[in-house]
Design a binder for this molecule. Sequence first.
Ligand SMILES: Nc1ncnc2c1ncn2[C@@H]1O[C@H](COP(=O)(O)OP(=O)(O)O)[C@@H](O)[C@H]1O
Ligand SMILES: [Mg+2]
Length: 315
Amino acid sequence: MGEPLIQVDGLSKTYRQGFWMRRVEAVRGISFQVTQGEAFGFLGPNGAGKTTTIKILMGLMRPTGGRVSLFGLPVPSRKSREKVGFMPENPYIYPYLTPREFVEACARLSGLRGAALHDRVTRVLEQTGIAYAATRQVRRLSKGMVQRTGLAAALVADPELLVLDEPMSGLDPGGRKEVRDMILEERRRGRTIFFSTHILSDVPQLCDHVAILQRGQTVLAGKLSELLTGQVLHTDVVLAGDTASFREAWEQRGLKARAEGARLALQVQGDVPVAEVLRDALARGLDVIEVAPRYQTLEELFVSKARGGDADPSP
Ligand SMILES: Nc1ncnc2c1ncn2[C@@H]1O[C@H](COP(=O)(O)OP(=O)(O)O)[C@@H](O)[C@H]1O
Ligand SMILES: [Mg+2]
């Protein structure tokens, strides 16, 4: 509990671009907070404003309006960044360094020295699955390997808060799973994780809180379990027995029914109470095989809230 590790209030950012200083409103008054121990997914299509928000959080850019703090400390400030591990989107690593040299340099910047530094660097290189290529120059590494090196660098100081911009991008399914497992592991250790992604299928296993961004505004925010369970789409009921007259009666009331071999699958939705359907089925001597509420998936929720695919606000 306690005070939020990340607090964002009414944040906005307008870029000025090109010779005519055309305005691009990348972030338009967003607010959210991330508390201790949460895994927070910052979601949205390309161009929604995720990276802009993260850069402001990391003190790399000034907002046009609003306020941001980390650990209750104003951003930008040196102190606010002390307990934060950051992995930028497409991390740039000097191509003639090796992953070990790069991660060692990051460890030194955060105050590690000597044997402690060596042990810690070895450990995060192993943890991120890049140890086998730790002495190869970065210019010879694949995008996924560079991504892992960036993650190792973010983890090396054992930060309390991890901020990861698209940590799963550029990885194959196996690599994505490894990064997911790593995030879960850090979370089990009590770390707070804030990460952005446009890959929604990775999200439900990973985070407990989300904010969905669209064209620089939050279209949805909150606890994932509450966002999803609030939305029962319909209830699937599967019955067995002599279902003919039962089927006719309920189809007349507007329910969709489908024979599945000797069974009847019924989709109960709208204002028809599931209990009433079940009572009727039992009264007619039918067997109830399955009753399964179908919840909206995050993808469906996202599509219904954030229509229009790529949401680049620039014309
Ligand atoms: N340096 C910049 N100058 C002008 N426009 C920018 C700049 N960086 C990003 N944008 C624009 O701001 C919007 C949000 O971009 P970004 O924050 O990178 O989104 P996301 O990370 O969600 O894909 C996009 O329309 C993008 O083109
Ligand atoms: Mg981005």
